[in-house]
Design a protein around this ligand. Sequence first.
Ligand SMILES: *[C@@H]1O[C@H](CO)[C@@H](O)[C@H](O)[C@H]1NC(C)=O
Ligand SMILES: *[C@@H]1O[C@H](CO)[C@@H](O)[C@H](O)[C@H]1NC(C)=O
Ligand SMILES: *[C@@H]1O[C@H](CO)[C@@H](O)[C@H](O)[C@H]1NC(C)=O
Ligand SMILES: *[C@@H]1O[C@H](CO)[C@@H](O)[C@H](O)[C@H]1NC(C)=O
Ligand SMILES: *[C@@H]1O[C@H](CO)[C@@H](O)[C@H](O)[C@H]1NC(C)=O
Length: 414
Amino acid sequence: MHSFLALIFCALLAFAGAQPSPVVPKGFVTQRNGEFRLNGKPFNFVGANSYWVPLLTKKEDVHATFREMQGAGIKVLRTWGFNAINGSELALARETDLTYYQVWNSTEWVINDGPQGLQRLDYVIKTAGLYGIKVILAFTNNWVGYGGSELYVNWIAGAGSTHDVFFSDPRIIASYQRYVTVIVNRYKNSPNIFAWELMNEARCLGDLPAGPNCVAGTNLLSHWYKQQSDYVRSLDSYHMITTGGEGHFYWPDKNVGFWHNGVFISDYNFNGQAGEDFDADLQLENIDFGTYHIYPQYWYTLLDTPSSTNFTIKDWGLSWIQDHADSAKKANKPVILEEFGVSGLQNKTEIYPEWVGLALKTRHAGIMPWQFGMTGLKEDNRVFKYADYIIDGASPNDGFAIYKNQTAVWNIFA
Ligand SMILES: *[C@@H]1O[C@H](CO)[C@@H](O)[C@H](O)[C@H]1NC(C)=O
Ligand SMILES: *[C@@H]1O[C@H](CO)[C@@H](O)[C@H](O)[C@H]1NC(C)=O
Ligand SMILES: *[C@@H]1O[C@H](CO)[C@@H](O)[C@H](O)[C@H]1NC(C)=O
Ligand SMILES: *[C@@H]1O[C@H](CO)[C@@H](O)[C@H](O)[C@H]1NC(C)=O
Ligand SMILES: *[C@@H]1O[C@H](CO)[C@@H](O)[C@H](O)[C@H]1NC(C)=O
């Protein structure tokens, strides 16, 4: 090669190497300099959390749900990319037409890619695109709901194991990655995927307790996030990847806590005890954006009495929002307020506008209340699992659902 041309060629290569992200296929969302981009333009969104969409059995209900979301201006749906059952639940699952993707009968689960399995998820992801909606898909759950990490722990590590072995046992990691491979390979060419999410609300403890390998300072979750995000990136060069975490900080020097009946209680949201280190996790190369959740009424039950302190759930949420915005700014990555909820309609109408207002002011790229509620479903009385059901055509309500008829709350987001 002519040396001058070679020089230009090398310069071009060096330039290409310095680009933060490869040229992505059309319709894929990327992140750069703290914001999302779609087809060359900034992309910000109000989103919906609705884990139950893939549990719907009627295609017309899937369409009606996306149509309602579209009408409310929603651009991103976050839902579960997992639904796992024990073999002992199989007969009932078939009888009740429960959606399930994984069946555990031994240390090796079996995939269900049939019409009652992944074909339902296929339909949801395909239909989302028809309504201009993209999907955040979580690979597993920290909690037992719909068959999360606890099934891996129970079946592979065995009875008596602690929850945190999910993040360290190489057999469990291999099994999780086998599932991740199935899901990622199935949808990796789809522009309807917004991002992959490693786990819903990863913590040292789950419904099982935490063990000594996952306490403040061990960084077990950070290592796991790095290993899994690198793994997903090796399968899929283009889609964004995020943690799905609640956004706990590890600020050992700040000694954040509160007084309760004269006793100082160190706060697990800031002391690393929960397992995450939001600042460090967001710096990981293949974590594209930050996620966090807000449920002060449930995280501070000790404080939920009028007399105890100067603490209010509204103010606590505001400072949590500011903390995550500051951290995201340092990392130069987008952050989304991925889940939040308070009980009671009046609490919602009073508190959500203030939280949303600050999130907008601090340049959050996405806001996703927990959870989007749908009415008028054709399938009108149906128990999914646990205490979850469609009743009179309304999607499940855990006290946080927002239906269209609740106009004061609905309009905050629509
Ligand atoms: C599933 O099986 C595991 C292992 O036997 C057991 O620990 C767990 O309780 C079962 N879960 C359900 C929901 O049946
Ligand atoms: C799992 O076990 C159940 C009975 O517990 C059985 O009916 C089913 O066929 C088994 N499924 C697989 C995939 O092995
Ligand atoms: C509440 O009071 C404590 C100590 O009395 C103080 O450190 C803290 O900053 C106060 N919080 C708010 C939100 O005012
Ligand atoms: C509203 O929030 C307050 C403070 O957490 C709580 O005591 C109250 O029960 C909530 N109202 C409803 C209806 O849930
Ligand atoms: C709105 O719809 C939900 C779900 O059907 C229902 O539970 C609730 O009572 C309705 N609220 C109003 C104000 O009509």
